[in-house]
Design a protein around this ligand. Structure first.
Ligand code: SF4
Length: 368
């Protein structure tokens, strides 16, 4: 979530939100920003500036303990929302694949993230010690291998009891040497979530636009499982692979029956996905229909399945229990018709970008 501080002049900072100056300095040496109705103050150097009513109304909703990254133009990103209780560790937008349906934009993938190491480590220091869950993500989070290993080690040390989810294309772990380095520094409750786009390289590599990625991803999954790292497979359902989903399910059951779950993902229509919409977009209703045989096959073979980003009205009622509320609060929206829906409180909604650009076919549910 981004905020803007008008006429900002206090320099780029990473700071924990405080509501008053009376806090225990001994708890943390981290920077704090005190937000009051007419001013903000940084406690490290007492730098302060007045804010107008509009800015106050924007910042008012921040909570004590949230972590903000503020750039020198006054644009602030809430990096950690204390009320959500889990943290995202963003390792930069770069990726060694360039998937046709990736929700990231070219700009996000091409930005220079090489100088972010210090800020990342500082951010981890600022997170509360009792964090129950965190997600390490990118881009592809292993693109700066040394920084990645350093971050994983720090996370493992600081949060030994937390569950960790690593969102990766898995390719880096085809190197046993690199995986060996991670295993030495690995958070104990780590799950690696890895997308598989096809049951053969012709489809997978066409979607990733990275020749050889299918072979590397399969090798990465095998190596991680061999080393005791739990694996979640993700199948992002597109027009390009929707007729191959059963083959993917068969491949998983034959080669990786010990994955902890397989999650089917409906598209977030943003970034490359908007650019290539004609080639990739399938609405969530058809996406579910095409996924159903593969879901049944996996369940029959004892593999847990989840459905991410599927509004309930696009899914057969008998499969609702598989639907997760997977869209984060700042990205989730509901259509006008949702006002009349009796299932709204159970529904995970739609991505704001998908609603705007793809207008998925949704219809209110009325219980009889
Ligand atoms: S109508 Fe709206 S709230 Fe109801 S299931 Fe569909 S998307 Fe969800």
């Amino acid at each position: 979530m981004a905020y803007f501080i008008k006429n900002y002049s206090l320099g780029a900072r990473l700071a924990i939100v405080s509501r008053e100056e009376l806090y225990d300095v001994g708890i943390s040496a981290a920077e704090r920003i005190v937000i009051e109705e007419n001013k903000i103050t940084y406690l490290s150097d007492q730098a302060s500036m007045g804010i107008d009513e509009v800015t106050w109304l924007r910042l008012e909703s921040l909570h004590e303990g949230d972590i903000l990254s503020i750039n020198d133009r006054g644009v602030c990103y809430r990096m950690f929302d204390v009320t959500e209780g889990d943290a995202t560790i963003f390792m930069g937008g770069k990726c060694n694949s360039n998937c046709v349906m990736c929700p990231s934009s070219d700009y996000e993938r091409q930005e220079d993230y090489s100088g972010q190491r210090e800020e990342l480590l500082k951010y981890i220091d600022m997170l509360p010690q009792n964090l129950p869950h965190y997600v390490v993500t990118g881009g592809e989070p292993t693109m700066q291998p040394t920084v990645f290993l350093e971050v994983m080690e720090k996370l493992a040390e600081k949060f030994p009891e937390a569950s960790a989810l690593l969102l990766t294309n898995g390719r880096a772990f085809s190197s046993r040497r690199f995986l060996g380095q991670l295993i030495q520094k690995c958070p104990p409750y780590l799950v690696a979530a890895i997308p598989l786009h096809g049951a053969e390289s012709a489809i997978h590599d066409t979607i990733t636009r990275a020749p050889g990625s299918f072979r590397q991803t399969l090798q990465g999954i095998a190596n991680l499982l061999d080393n005791g790292v739990a694996i979640e497979i993700r199948i992002v359902v597109t027009k390009m692979n929707c007729d191959s989903l059963e083959s993917i399910a068969r491949l998983i059951c034959q080669s990786y029956p010990n994955v902890i779950c397989v999650n089917f993902i409906s598209l977030e229509v943003r970034g490359n996905c908007v650019k290539n919409k004609k080639t990739v977009y399938i609405n969530p209703r058809d996406s579910f229909k095409k996924s159903k045989p593969a879901i049944d096959f996996l369940v029959e073979n004892g593999i847990d399945v989840g459905l991410y980003n599927y509004p309930l009205c696009c899914v057969e009622r008998g499969y609702w229990f598989l639907c997760k509320k997977s869209i984060s609060p700042e990205k989730v929206r509901y259509g006008e018709v949702c006002q009349n829906c009796e299932a709204k409180e159970y529904c995970g909604g739609i991505f704001v970008s998908t609603l705007k650009t793809a207008h998925p076919d949704i219809a209110p549910i009325i219980f009889k």
